[in-house]
Design a protein around this ligand. Structure first.
Ligand code: PCA
Length: 210
């Protein structure tokens, strides 16, 4: 088994993105599955293309995409991706769509294939603030989650995947005034490891993801 984790490059004036920094702290194997890491640009156009190419190349069983949600206080596995994008700030290519579909002609939304409630519960049992989120926003992260789930639906039906938003790292929050909520990178990595473990165990039990 293989788990492909993706994180994003920094955006919006930040010099790091905890979604990729935390992946560096993951072990190379989780519950017997190999861990692969891919850094994606914070770009509406390129992130999805590179992800789909990565899935075609690596043939993972599980794909867990991760993004920064500055201002959130908890790790938040996302329940749904919507076929809509509208950007408050330009992406790293300078592209700023307003009121567009992610995929013309695609369904209005996709539910995650990750066991999000179990992931959030196990995080909390381990002392990590976590809860299921019912909106991934309308920026690059929702765009990537929709692209992932659309690719699973149309090209990679055997893949299980979804998206998890994470707070600012403590280092990012420290110099800001006022200081927003944040989480230690090691704790974020522990939550992402739990996400891999729970997804593997649901797959091995052949259970419904949520
Ligand atoms: N967070 C942004 C895009 C890249 C990232 O890490 C988002 O929530 O859309």
């Amino acid at each position: 088994m293989k788990i492909l984790y993706t994180g994003f490059a920094p955006f919006g004036g930040e010099s790091v993105n905890p979604s990729f920094e935390s992946l560096r702290l993951l072990p190379d194997s989780i519950a017997g599955a190999d861990v692969l890491r891919l850094e994606l640009p914070t770009s509406f156009d390129s992130a999805g293309k590179l992800l789909v190419e990565g899935i075609a190349r690596e043939r993972p069983d599980i794909v867990i995409c991760v993004g920064q949600a500055g201002g959130r206080a908890a790790v938040t596995p996302e329940f749904v991706a919507i076929n809509y994008r509208s950007a408050r700030i330009p992406d790293n290519d300078g592209f700023q769509p307003t009121d567009e579909p992610v995929c013309g002609g695609g369904p209005v939304g996709y539910f995650t294939k990750l066991p999000v409630r179990r992931i959030a519960e196990r995080c909390r049992e381990n002392g990590i603030p976590a809860s299921v989120s019912y909106t991934a926003g309308t920026y690059v992260c929702n765009n990537l989650m929709y692209t992932l789930l659309h690719a699973i639906e149309t090209q990679f039906p055997a893949v299980t995947g979804g998206f998890i938003h994470v707070p600012y790292s403590a280092e990012q929050a420290a110099p800001k005034t006022p200081q927003p909520p944040s989480m230690d990178l090691g704790m974020i990595a522990a939550a992402l490891r739990i996400a891999g473990e729970e997804t593997l165990s649901v797959m091995r039990e052949n259970a419904h993801p949520f």
